[in-house]
Design a protein around this ligand. Sequence first.
Ligand SMILES: NC(=O)c1ccc[n+]([C@@H]2O[C@H](COP(=O)([O-])OP(=O)(O)OC[C@H]3O[C@@H](n4cnc5c(N)ncnc54)[C@H](O)[C@@H]3O)[C@@H](O)[C@H]2O)c1
Length: 327
Amino acid sequence: MSKPTILITGGAGYIGSYVNKFIADKGYPTIVFDNLERGDPKTVVRGEFIKGDIRDTSKIKEIIEKHKVQAILHFAAYIDVGESVAHPIKYYENNVAGTISLLKAALATNIKSFIFSSTAAVYGIPSAPLVSENFPLQPINPYGESKLMVEKILKDISNSSDLKYIALRYFNAAGADPDGEIIVSQKGRHNLIPKTLLSILEKSEICIYGTDYDTPDGTCIRDYIHLHDLATAHLLALEKLLQGGSSSIYNLGNGSGFSVKEVLKKAEEVTGEKLRIRPTGRRAGDPPFLAADSKKAKSELGWNPIYGSLEKIISDSWKTMNSLSVN
Ligand SMILES: NC(=O)c1ccc[n+]([C@@H]2O[C@H](COP(=O)([O-])OP(=O)(O)OC[C@H]3O[C@@H](n4cnc5c(N)ncnc54)[C@H](O)[C@@H]3O)[C@@H](O)[C@H]2O)c1
């Protein structure tokens, strides 16, 4: 029996492009819908690409009807925390109003399965290091607020319609397509790993914000999750809903976390280059340790992340960044 068609918003971006490839390779016809404001059509290596904006409800309705779409994976959003603080309306407009527009199209066309890219930012500064889904939701910036607002909207819609949703709260997405087929530019990304690797390519300094935290080496510990492990979780979540499963929320992270110094040391090992490290003071609002408790995803979805090592995450990122700098 042929598999249902999946609409992937934001599928020309960093995470969506890999998930599109992964889901398509499992036999699902996919339609990638992206306005390309922050994406690259070259990263859409499977399925059909349609350029458009999630705020265009009627265009999405048309696509869903024409292609008989049965489920939506919703990645499209702005993701820069600093930018969200400077331009909150822009974030609420795209991430919240944009999602409402998409949901209007989904409800009008009787879509029943909706997977939402949420974030650890919904927890703000958690009271304990290992964060589970029932921790208080206290975002500290408009980006995190926008994602929490969407989670609330999804809950209300799920209570009043046949649409079921799964919100996946990712910690720091990292790594790259292990096959090296999808090359995503990491320029302008604010995560430690791309910033560190870029500092090598650009021969610039990389800062450590705070070396006196109460952690084994004094630097902050964060949870990095490989794109491939994110993709397997999306497939499991999608199939759960397609099989009639109920709405739910899951954390996705590797659980152990790595310190800033561990990341920098591993980056030097993987690249064979010496970093120009500049230790500076702490940044406001940086908790010493932040990692996901992903037990729920493992037990309920049967999720089994396999690329938890820093070596794999950094070497896959380095391969793609290097190929970009060579081309
Ligand atoms: N990268 C991370 O570490 C991380 C962590 C937690 C959650 N997330 C979430 O995962 C999702 C994907 O993140 P990413 O890192 O791939 O970001 P990205 O910026 O690489 O991809 C987002 C894509 O969405 C598209 N887009 C944005 N607004 C759109 C609109 N109005 N209409 C159509 N397309 C639009 C962009 O052009 C881009 O291709 C986001 O929802 C983000 O909030 C990411």
